[in-house]
Design a binder for this molecule. Structure first.
Ligand code: SAH
Ligand code: SF4
Length: 363
């Protein structure tokens, strides 16, 4: 059975072609585009400016492509929610929305599962089901945007947000991170079309500078991204600063070792003049030693970069534990004495398995 045409998978030009082939006027594409990405329509019934006959034809021959939310969980502090989406053919993906004081970040998936197999990652432990289409990637963002809109939506006034510290200042999304399930650069084309579609000023109009794509270090993807004319941020999951340790934690290091990865990142920075983030999951006694911190400092010295430290989120398939506060402090002290900018990221949504690397398919 062929899958019906999903509108969220179409570029604007493809939508235009579709309506042209149906003998519809050219402005139909604009109307549908604006409904999908500005008014966040989830059904054809909402497209009231279209003639009924056209809505019926759309409903017969296409789908919008909004995956069905199978389950929603909220963390006990209410600041993190996780959605499990059911995709056609039984695959499932998870997306997470995190509220911070001044930010509201959607963490979305690019693949159902992941083939890379990093030891400590729950997604990696479960293997790859399939790549997501651009529409399935975009739909996760639209889902959260729609939820936020229905919860009161729009921008809160400055005054209101200053009055209540408990409420985030905006009700809409401020950041999108492609850090859910999957390796974005193993699904490069679909990921980049999704990013461009979200960025489109005539549609969802989400600033590229507020989007971040995170890679395990697939060097060809880093090189391709360096050539794109889009201001999206790049994060590289490093986790170890020596090949012997990184070979173990992130086995793809055997293919793209540090001596190949770091020059690619340097080249990326030279071309784009953009700051790169290095992700580092702190694992007690494994990669949180002063030696690793010193090796890391040597590796990234002089680069336009930032190190994001995150205590490991324990997963059932890996025996490691999160580093203790003292070890984290000692690790950071080494980085600071070498003037390497770094932040310790808060662990979010641990009680609902919505932390980094905890997103996994469970039967
Ligand atoms: N495949 C991409 C993006 C998805 S993983 C990548 O690897 O970068 C998003 C981030 O979560 C990565 O930095 C990854 O290393 C990290 N991560 C995976 N499992 C984790 C865990 N158990 N605890 C903390 N971070 C983890
Ligand atoms: Fe895949 Fe990223 Fe998990 Fe590694 S950390 S297995 S690349 S999702």
């Amino acid at each position: 059975m062929t899958r019906p045409l999903a509108l969220l998978d179409q570029s604007f030009d493809q939508l235009q072609d579709l309506f042209a082939s149906w003998g519809e006027p050219a402005y139909r594409a604009n109307q549908v585009w604006s409904r999908l990405y500005q008014k966040l329509a989830a059904s054809f019934d909402e497209m009231t400016e279209l003639p009924k006959s056209l809505r019926e034809r759309l409903a017969q021959e296409t789908i919008i492509g909004v995956p069905a939310p199978r389950m929603e969980q909220r963390s006990s502090d209410g600041q993190t929610r996780k959605i499990l989406f059911a995709l056609p053919e039984g695959a499932q993906v998870e997306s997470v929305l995190m509220d911070y004081e001044r930010r509201r970040t959607a963490c979305i998936s690019t693949q159902a599962g992941c083939a890379v197999g990093c030891l400590f990652c729950a997604t990696g432990q479960s293997g790859l089901q399939r790549n997501l289409t651009s529409g399935e990637i975009v739909a996760q963002v639209l889902y959260f945007a729609r939820e936020l809109k229905s919860e009161g939506g729009g921008q809160k006034s400055e005054v209101a947000s200053r009055k209540s510290d408990l409420q985030p200042p905006t009700s809409s999304l401020t950041n999108i991170v492609l850090m859910g399930m999957g390796e974005p650069f193993a699904n490069y084309d679909q990921v980049m079309s999704a990013v461009r579609r979200l960025n489109d000023p005539t549609g969802f109009n989400f600033g590229a500078r507020r989007m971040t794509v995170s890679t395990v270090g697939l060097v060809p993807g880093i090189k391709r991204l360096a050539q794109e004319d889009i201001q999206i941020n790049l994060a590289v999951s490093l986790h170890a600063a020596t090949d012997d340790l990184r070979d173990q934690l992130v086995p793809i290091n055997q293919r793209y070792p540090l001596s190949v990865l770091l020059p690619a990142v340097r080249e990326y920075i030279e071309r784009t003049h953009r700051r790169v983030s290095f992700e580092w999951a702190l694992i007690e006694g494994v990669n949180d030693t002063p030696e690793q911190a010193r090796a890391l400092a040597r590796l990234v010295k002089g680069m336009l970069c930032h190190v994001n430290l995150i205590p490991l989120n324990p997963t059932s398939g890996y025996p490691g534990a999160a580093s203790t506060r003292q070890r984290i402090a000692a690790f950071r002290a080494v980085l600071e004495s070498a003037n390497i900018p770094n932040t310790l990221r808060l662990r979010r949504g641990i009680d609902i398995q919505a932390g980094c690397g905890q997103l996994a398919q469970r039967q």
